[in-house]
Design a protein around this ligand. Structure first.
Ligand SMILES: CC(C)(COP(=O)(O)OP(=O)(O)OC[C@H]1O[C@@H](n2cnc3c(N)ncnc32)[C@H](O)[C@@H]1OP(=O)(O)O)[C@@H](O)C(=O)NCCC(=O)NCCS
Length: 212
């Protein structure tokens, strides 16, 4: 068991799920959850106290590690920037990987990842920093997920799909092989994406089409 203190940031539903994955692994102890929302201070999630605000990150020892648990990639990105302003550098972020998840040697996972139960990485997959995958996400060969991308439960990516920064793929959506999902885009739950989705657009449906 690593003794480095682990601090979760953002008292979210994802934090609750991350705690469940940590419990299943049995090799880390979470010291606290930090959140800027004063109404949450003094509450707890899964028995872990919610403290804050974020500048409190300064008060932890240099060996403390952090994982940002906001569900939306854009929120994780803002929090990482805020933590950087308080001296938390990239090497201070840990990843939470459920023990059901196998990372093949050909795959790379950046810092700050949260990979929930039964996420599958097949081969030659590259995940950037602070990527989140929810239960049962399937990422097949040669896929690339850029920083802060989010795959909700049951998302399936065909081979060589490229997912841009902060993109959010809704529950049970699927993406045809070789397709590019733009940065800051949203793919609705249940969608089947057959063609490239431009940056900052929201698409849904089968086949997926532009909503806005
Ligand atoms: C696509 C999405 C982002 C759109 O949200 P929204 O902007 O609030 O859209 P609305 O609910 O106002 O719906 C707008 C229209 O799109 C349709 N629509 C919304 N989501 C859709 C979806 N997933 N598939 C097909 N059509 C959808 C609505 O029926 C509505 O159609 P109408 O204008 O003909 O009535 C959202 O519905 C979604 O799928 N989010 C992902 C949810 C998810 O996976 N959550 C996981 C949490 S862990």
């Amino acid at each position: 068991m690593t003794r480095r203190p682990l601090i979760l940031v953002a008292a979210s539903g994802l934090a609750r799920e991350a705690l469940s994955a940590i419990d299943a692994g049995g090799d880390r102890v979470v010291e606290a959850i930090l959140d800027d929302d004063p109404t949450l201070h003094g509450t707890s999630i899964g028995g872990i106290p919610v403290l804050g605000p974020l500048p409190r990150a300064n008060s932890y020892r240099d060996d403390a590690e952090f994982v940002v648990c906001a569900g939306k990639g854009s929120s994780r990105s803002s929090i990482v920037s805020a933590l950087a302003a308080h001296g938390v550098s990239r090497d201070r972020f840990a990843s939470i990987i459920d023990p059901t998840v196998r990372i093949p040697a050909s795959c790379k996972v950046g810092v700050g990842a949260i990979l929930l139960a039964n996420t599958v990485l097949t081969a030659d997959v590259t995940l950037g920093d602070h990527v989140v995958t929810m239960p049962g996400a399937v990422i097949t060969h040669n896929c690339v997920l850029e920083d802060f991308a989010t795959l909700c439960a049951g998302v399936t990516l065909g081979g060589a799909v490229h997912v841009g920064q902060r993109a959010y793929l809704g529950t049970n959506s699927s993406v045809r092989q070789g397709v590019r999902v733009g940065s800051d885009s949203v793919l609705g739950m249940g969608a089947a994406l057959l063609t490239d989705l431009p940056d900052a657009e929201c698409w849904a449906g089968v086949p997926a089409e532009r909503l806005r």
